[in-house]
Design a protein around this ligand. Structure first.
Ligand SMILES: [Zn+2]
Length: 237
């Protein structure tokens, strides 16, 4: 059993290395993913802002056309004023002119507000575009870095997998199955040391009787608390 325990320990060591590399790969792609998400969000904001700006500009054009039409109408009515016969007709045309002028003043007020709105939206859009470009540049930089890192991590992974394949062959099938089951359930840690009676998987005390058994290395024991396979871990290790 001593030999079996040694082999499982070696397997656990390489599995921890594999786990480390896997985590590093996952963290890298997660970071790139959230950068991408942020960039997409900026692009959506820019598109939304562009639509708002287009609406404002369309309304500006509409109002300007209305103002121009009203001015032509006012000019026309002013010409008519010279030719009217009755006071009543005169008053009526005068009122038309006043109404048109008043409507144009309202349009001018709205145009001023729209101009302010357009300026605000342009400014916001420029900020969003700058931010987006900045993040895209950073993303591209990080992506290139990550590509380099991936080559490195892939090479490490291949090395560890090869080492695992060799180690796996030396472990009995039933034991390997048990080890792998525990490893999957217990965060990649199936074989742990017990030092001074404490399981280094769950950090609970193992019963003294079990601890004594462990020291003999005659059988493979499991932690009663976390179910991981145990070996004796002297202070020196
Ligand atoms: Zn435990």
């Amino acid at each position: 059993m001593k030999e079996e325990i040694k082999r499982l320990k070696a397997l656990q060591e390489v599995d921890l290395e594999i786990g480390k590399v896997e985590r590093e790969i996952a963290v890298g792609s997660e970071a790139l993913g959230s950068q991408q998400e942020s960039i997409e969000k900026h692009k959506a904001d820019i598109a939304e802002n562009t639509l708002k700006l287009e609406d404002v500009e369309a309304r500006q054009r509409e109002l300007e056309a209305e103002v121009e039409d009203a001015q032509l109408m006012i000019k026309d009515r002013q010409n008519k004023l010279m030719k009217v016969q009755t006071n009543r007709e005169y008053q009526s045309i005068l009122k038309e002119i006043d109404d048109a002028k008043s409507a144009n003043r309202q349009r001018d007020d709205e145009l001023v507000r729209l101009l302010e709105q357009a300026e605000f939206l342009e400014k916001k859009k420029a900020e969003q575009v700058a931010l987006c470009e900045e993040e895209e540049a950073q993303y591209n930089e990080d992506l290139a870095e990550s590509d380099k890192k991936t080559v490195e991590l892939d090479a490490q992974m291949a090395k560890f997998q090869k080492s695992r394949a060799t180690k796996v062959k030396k472990v009995k099938a039933a034991l390997l199955r048990k080890y792998d089951q525990i490893r999957v359930k217990r965060d990649g840690l199936a074989m742990v040391g017990v030092n001074r009676g404490v399981c280094h998987g769950c950090f609970m005390n193992v019963p003294p009787q079990l601890y004594n058994e462990l020291l003999k290395e005659e059988e493979l024991h499991a932690c009663p608390a976390c179910n991981r396979l145990l070996y004796n871990l002297p202070d020196s290790e």
